[in-house]
Design a binder for this molecule. Structure first.
Ligand SMILES: *Cc1c(COP(=O)(O)O)cnc(C)c1O
Length: 360
């Protein structure tokens, strides 16, 4: 069976070269004689997989020495809880930038653990844009500022990080991690569920500054405290071995493609082609304001929900899968993460032209 172009938002497309590598190392890893699904998480084979994944991430993002790279479970959603549990003191306040429904969920979860301040919100604008610098009011005493670097559902992406002064910036980078160069030192904590840009579902990558990892109170449940993973080398219990293995392969693939600068250039090119196709006539309408547009999730609409439905259906029949927008907002969404091939963007823009000729 031929592979189709997968525009799904997540779990999402993986590099074909990585899929081939998984297949060739299956059912017996070289030098091990067992598949990666069967090895012990305390074996030298997994020691090497974990060390490779970590070293690849450290090199790709030039992670400074005073940051730990951790592999956790529970998805980005568990980080919505772990961040405040570890970093928000009972009498403290945390600032949240509400730029989409994931950001709003993160803030709602934090409210269970302490006081949450909305430092900016674009909800009144339907999350179609990001706040301007003048709209962001960071409290000088906030424990941290939480932001979502790419808003997967609305299709917006911060072009540069919000200015937070000397406060620790905590970001949910689930849908754009390693899609462009990242200044790790400008952050206190970066987290990302792997299933969009890094690998399969089941592992969450956390990059955390040492002093923040130490903040979680010892009274927290063991697996909800960052320090447990720092001390236990990301395996206080059985980690998601297969998912970490795939992250080690995807991060090696990113390096072999030329690293984050090369990724950014490719992503920029793919997104520019797609937005040009959307903007060409009035038939398609981009959802996000042009200044806030995401390079990862390109959201657009047609005149009616019926026409959108038809677009998604006919696209699927033409091997362009997963273009339906998020169920909460409707419309159409093309997710074009790192591993998404440019040929797929070309196929979509061609299809868009044909669909417009038939229905315009
Ligand atoms: C997909 C997504 C999530 C949810 O991730 P899970 O791993 O399913 O918990 C959270 N935040 C953002 C920005 C996302 O894109």
């Amino acid at each position: 069976m031929e592979r189709v172009f997968n525009f799904g938002a997540g779990p999402a497309v993986l590099p074909e070269a990585v899929l081939e590598q998984i297949r060739s190392g299956f059912p017996a890893l070289p030098g091990v004689g067992m598949s990666v699904l069967e090895i012990s998480h305390r074996s030298p084979a997994f020691d090497e997989i974990l060390a490779t994944a970590e070293a690849n991430i450290r090199a790709l993002a030039r992670v400074p020495d005073d940051y730990r790279i951790l592999f956790l479970q529970g998805g980005a959603t568990l980080q919505f809880s772990m961040v405040p549990m570890n970093l928000l003191p009972v009498d403290g306040t945390a600032d949240y930038l509400i730029t989409g429904s994931w950001a709003a969920q993160a803030a709602r979860e934090a409210e269970k653990f302490g006081s949450v301040r909305v430092a900016a919100t674009t909800e009144a604008a339907g999350f179609r844009r990001l706040p301007t610098a003048a709209e962001i009011h960071v409290s000088p005493t906030t424990a941290y500022v939480h932001a979502t670097t790419n808003n997967t559902i609305a299709g917006t992406q911060w072009p540069t990080l919000p200015a937070v002064g000397d406060r620790p910036l905590v970001v949910d980078a689930s849908s754009d991690i390693f899609s462009r160069p990242i200044d790790v030192a400008g952050h206190g904590l970066i987290y990302a569920g792997a299933q969009k840009n890094l690998g399969p579902a089941g592992v969450t990558v956390v990059i955390i500054r040492d002093d923040l990892a130490e903040r979680g109170p010892a009274s927290l449940p063991k697996l909800l405290r960052y320090m447990t993973y720092v001390q236990g080398g990301s395996r206080p219990n059985t980690p998601p071995v297969f998912a970490v293995y795939v992250v080690s392969l995807v991060t090696a693939w990113l390096r072999d493609q030329g690293g984050l600068e090369a990724m950014a250039a490719g992503n920029e090119r793919k997104a520019a082609k797609l937005y040009a196709a959307i903007d060409r006539t009035g038939f398609y309408r981009g959802v996000a304001d042009p200044d806030s547009r995401s390079r990862m999730n390109v959201t657009f609409r047609l005149a009616t929900p019926e026409l959108e439905e038809r677009f998604a259906r006919e696209a699927e029949a033409a091997d362009l899968a997963g273009l339906k927008g998020h169920r909460s907002v409707g419309g159409l969404r093309a997710s074009i993460y790192n591993a998404f091939p440019e040929a797929g963007v070309d196929a979509l823009t061609t299809f868009m032209g044909e669909f417009e000729r038939q229905h315009g």
